[in-house]
Ligand binder design. Structure first.
Ligand SMILES: Cc1ncc(COP(=O)(O)O)c(C=O)c1O
Length: 409
């Protein structure tokens, strides 16, 4: 039996998997030079707001996500804040948010002076549990930030049914879910309003950036106003109607994003092909499991790919020991993208949330969650074979792992 890399043996994988990120070529170079030479470095320099690079990107991306409107902004956090304001959410309102997500899904709620209420997740999908969500609704609940964790769509049928029946608004935080589909419909405008991030690590990127999408004309107009210092479309440029910030995206970002968007479908399909292959391979190894894919998830575009560890089926070895062994073998594996349930962060812990417990989120974070980032899935099937080889090697050496666990104690 091969010695584990963790115990001084040879690594299974000695080269980076997939592709390095970001990916760019002469399309980005050309687009940036075009902006440089045009002299229009912000979208307002164009005769028509929509003929700018940012305007073209808004229309192209909204159409890509099956949404009627898109308003591009500076980043994904600002997008959530702006969308919450468009929903008229503010002081005195409670907004539900899942315990497992990036902290910005919740801090954006605090930033508009509303109160985040942490909700436990569904053990199958790691997304907000529709049952827990309904149970958390109080007379003050105005909405929910529904995150598609790891790009895996939350159960939008149940969520929208609860939302309509109980009269709350749904903001889809799609920072991980570019191109994902629920029953053939892309994410973002299934709820009332949706937001995306184009930060460097995301599957569509301009280094920083974000967008708000919606099918609702009124919400689109309010979002436009809140991202544009309170202006209203069709009114004089120096007339302001709301207390609002400047969240406009630059033409540089718009140009890069248009070029990046031309690759997104092909990249999403490559990732889907690779993860379907990896999922089939993992099913044959006791103790590691892909998420059980809901047939309504017709496309899974992801920022990172979540899967599960089962300690009881892995000879009792703790998930963290397995994770260290896999990392030592050269697999870029982690525990979700963002780690612990977000209420444990000092920003919330020190502000009255110290006794919050979401048992499923705690259990998943501590013992079960595993993930691999999207760029590892941009290569060929041989990369998946290497990951599977590493898992099989670690699986075959649980005796050695137990010894290493014992030495640590
Ligand atoms: C779920 C989620 N929401 C919001 C954000 C915030 O996006 P940004 O970094 O563009 O502000 C992120 C960023 O990672 C995220 O993962």
């Amino acid at each position: 039996m091969a010695t584990l890399a963790m115990a001084g043996g040879e690594k299974t994988i000695t080269r980076p998997l997939g592709k390095s990120w970001p990916i760019w070529d002469e399309r980005e170079e050309r687009a940036l030079m075009e902006v440089l030479h045009s002299g229009h470095w912000w979208r307002g320099g164009h005769s028509d707001w929509k003929t700018s690079k940012v305007g073209q990107f808004e229309d192209a991306f909204a159409a890509y996500q099956h949404a009627k409107h898109g308003v591009a902004v500076t980043n994904g956090t600002a997008a959530i804040e702006c969308a919450l304001k468009a929903l008229d959410i503010g002081a005195g309102d409670e907004v539900l948010v899942p315990a497992l997500t990036f902290v910005a899904s919740a801090t954006a709620i605090s930033l508009v002076n509303a109160t985040p209420v942490f909700v436990d997740v569904d053990p199958g999908s790691y997304n907000i549990s529709p049952e827990a969500m309904e149970a958390a609704i109080t007379p003050r609940t105005k909405g929910a930030v529904v995150v598609h964790n790891g790009g895996y769509p939350a159960d939008m049928d149940r969520i929208m049914e609860v939302a309509r029946r109980r009269g709350i608004r749904i903001l889809e935080d799609c920072a991980h879910a570019h191109g994902s589909e629920w029953k053939g419909r892309r994410m973002g405008a299934i709820g009332d309003i949706g937001t995306f991030s184009f930060q460097m690590g995301k599957t569509l990127t301009s280094g920083e950036g974000g967008i708000v999408v919606t099918d609702n004309d009124d919400l689109a107009e309010k979002t436009f106003s809140y991202h544009h210092i309170g202006r209203i479309s069709g009114r004089p440029f120096y007339e302001f109607h709301r207390v609002a910030s400047n969240l406009r995206m630059t033409e540089w970002q718009g140009a890069i994003l248009l070029a990046q968007l031309s690759r997104l479908d092909e990249q999403t399909e490559t990732r889907e092909r690779n993860t379907r292959y990896l999922a089939r391979g993992l099913q044959e190894i006791p103790g590691v499991e892909p998420l059980e894919r809901d047939p309504r998830v017709t496309r899974w575009g992801f920022y990172y790919w979540n899967f599960k560890y089962r300690q009881d089926q892995f000879d009792g070895i703790h998930r963290d020991t397995f994770l260290k062994a896999m990392q030592a073998e050269g697999v870029p594996m982690g525990v979700g993208a963002h780690g612990q349930p977000i209420y444990r962060n000092p920003v919330f812990r020190d502000q009255g949330y110290e006794n919050i417990r979401c048992p499923e989120a705690e259990r998943i974070y501590a013992t079960e969650a595993l993930s691999i980032g999207h760029r590892a899935f941009l290569g060929g099937q041989e990369d998946m074979d290497l990951i599977l080889e590493a898992v099989r090697k670690v699986r075959a050496n649980t005796g050695e792992l137990r010894k290493l666990e014992g030495e640590k104690k």
